[in-house]
Write a new protein. Structure first.
Length: 267
């Protein structure tokens, strides 16, 4: 059995710690690099001891992808240029889990995917990606007869709103109904204007330590369909990202998402 040598960018962060553990727990993966910002006081600390397991022999260090098969990045948008530059230079696949990327950043990912394999997903959970398929089917069947509202809950520390997952869900609905998400999406509501036909409502709730909850409601005159996903642990995202990394290490250059990784793409 081949072992995929994985590097993790943003290893000292909340998701970075989970990724270190997820790689450690996956028999098909091995940690080959744990990268942090150049100003980090943790440089030189053993990554295994950092997460409370045995010494791994891999210390936290600045970014250098030359010794990895694939890089997972759950850091910050500010690191994108350096990450892409190194991955392209060394021809290393990239699993992009950074949220809050701008349109310009996404254009950079698209351009880089001509040279390397990139998996870019708003959510790496298997359950969420199965939910996307359910949403597409439901929206296609109900069409504009249903009013759609999306409610997402996350912890108070989350910077971006709405979440990448909520936007993925909104896009799945819009695409299935042949709508433009740009014109259909309505963020919250205030004032006295009534709801317009075809609106896709979006509501972001922040508080406490909620890991992630997403509900899409299809509201009709006589019934309501709710499709909900709740994350009980961040490990589900980390394990999915490691799964994507193993998959991407065998793929040609291109821009992929978790639907590709799981074989869920509808033809």
């Amino acid at each position: 059995m081949s072992i995929t040598q994985i590097g993790i960018m943003g290893a000292s962060g909340r998701m970075g710690r989970m990724l270190l553990e997820a790689v450690h727990n996956n028999p098909s993966a091995k940690l080959a690099g744990a990268f942090v910002r150049p100003i980090s006081s943790l440089i030189g600390v053993d990554s295994g001891e950092f997460i409370g397991i045995d010494r791994s022999g891999v210390t936290l260090d600045t970014l250098d992808v030359s010794g990895v098969d694939v890089l997972i990045d759950f850091s910050l948008p500010e690191a994108l240029d350096d990450v892409l530059s190194q991955c392209i230079s060394h021809k290393k696949p990239l699993i992009m889990g950074v949220t809050g990327l701008s349109c310009e950043d996404e254009a950079k990912l698209n351009q880089a995917s001509k040279d390397i394999a990139i998996v870019y997903a708003g959510n790496y959970s298997t359950g969420v990606n199965l939910s996307l398929n359910l949403l597409s089917t439901t929206a296609k069947v109900l069409g504009l007869d249903a009013d759609v509202e999306i409610i997402e809950h996350h912890h108070k520390h989350k910077i971006d709103a709405p979440s990448g997952t909520a936007l993925m869900m909104a896009n799945a609905v819009a695409k299935a109904r042949n709508q433009s998400l740009k014109t259909a999406l309505v963020h919250g509501r205030h004032g006295s204007a009534k709801r317009q036909a075809g609106d896709i409502g979006m509501h972001a709730i922040r508080g406490g330590e909620i890991i992630g909850e997403h509900t899409v409601e299809f509201i009709m005159d006589g019934e309501i369909i709710q499709i909900t996903h709740k994350a009980a642990s961040r490990m589900t995202f980390a394990s999915g990202a490691v799964r994507a990394a193993i998959w991407a290490s065998q793929q040609p250059a291109g821009l992929y998402d978790m639907q590709d990784v799981l074989g869920l793409k509808q033809t």
